[in-house]
Write a new protein. Structure first.
Ligand SMILES: [Cu+2]
Length: 284
């Protein structure tokens, strides 16, 4: 009897704080556009049946329960999983699947289409689930690179030759510079003394290294290298499929660049300044 009472108390205690997040992701295919005029076929997880080249993001509080429907509006079969967290499920054309997930650990988790990995994930179908335990400001960087020709190969039913991978476009949240600074979820804006979190996922196949000018940030979560937690640095190498959370407490005002220290990542189609480049804007 005491045991049941205790169990009831514990469950009640949890449910008082936890919420159920009812949401849907819609798989839609269209294109991603770059400033040099290049367009590539692209597919993303969208929050409605309106396509954008930016994947929908799911943000949960620690303890929440995710009740997710994934709807396949594409003309091909797709799969879905939260990498390392849920089983792969297949979604026939015009169908949907329900995915239930308890958000019991903090961090950033990649959800994607694992079919013929990394083929389908590389053509856009890779998003971020963020589980946090703070109400502080957060910014979100879904980091990715693109090789012209690969997407058409994947949508044509073949697999690209990943051994000769040569990406020439680089994006954060599906956008290249200067458009990243128009993405209020990506561009860090804050004040001196704020505690700001930057939630990152590398959904590409290349290593990137995000270089913060002006400040050091502290790694508070790394999916690949948990031993790096607590390190205070200004450049953050992030491997394919790795996720990371940075804590930034700005100590001076100003506008400072952030870019991929792998310098090809700051180009688009060979042109400097069109890739992974944004700024931190910190007010006194
Ligand atoms: Cu730099």
């Amino acid at each position: 009897m005491i045991r049941w009472a205790l169990a009831f108390f514990l469950l009640n205690g949890l449910s008082a704080e936890a919420a159920t997040i009812n949401t849907s992701l819609y798989i839609l295919r269209d294109s991603i556009h770059f400033d040099n005029g290049t367009s590539l076929p692209y597919a993303t997880f969208n929050e409605s049946n309106a396509y954008t080249a930016t994947n929908a993001r799911i943000v949960a509080d620690l303890g929440d329960q995710l009740d997710l429907w994934v709807v396949n509006f594409d003309s091909e079969v797709h799969e879905f999983r939260i990498q390392g967290e849920t089983n792969t499920v297949s979604i026939p054309v015009g169908d949907s699947v329900q995915v239930l997930y308890d958000c019991n650990s903090q961090g950033v988790f990649i959800f994607h289409d694992p079919m013929n990995f990394p083929d389908n994930a590389s053509v856009g179908l890779s998003g971020m689930l963020v589980v946090k335990n703070t109400t502080n400001a957060g910014f979100y960087w879904n980091i990715k690179e693109h090789q012209v020709g690969n997407n058409a190969t994947v949508f044509g039913g073949s697999s690209p030759d990943w051994s000769t991978y040569y990406p020439v476009h680089f994006t954060i949240n599906g956008k290249s510079a200067p458009n990243i600074n128009n993405d209020a979820d990506a561009r860090v804006v804050g004040n001196v003394g704020d505690t700001i979190y930057i939630y990152m996922a590398n959904t590409g196949q290349s290593i990137h290294s995000m270089h913060l000018h002006g400040y050091h940030a502290t790694i508070v979560y790394s999916s690949k290298n948990p031993s790096h937690v607590g390190w205070s640095k200004d450049s953050m190498p992030i491997f394919p499929s790795e996720t990371m959370v940075l804590e930034l407490v700005p100590d001076q005002p100003g506008e400072y660049p952030v870019h991929d220290h792998n310098l090809i990542g700051t180009t688009g189609g060979g042109e400097y300044g069109q890739g992974m480049f944004t700024t931190l804007l910190i007010a006194p």
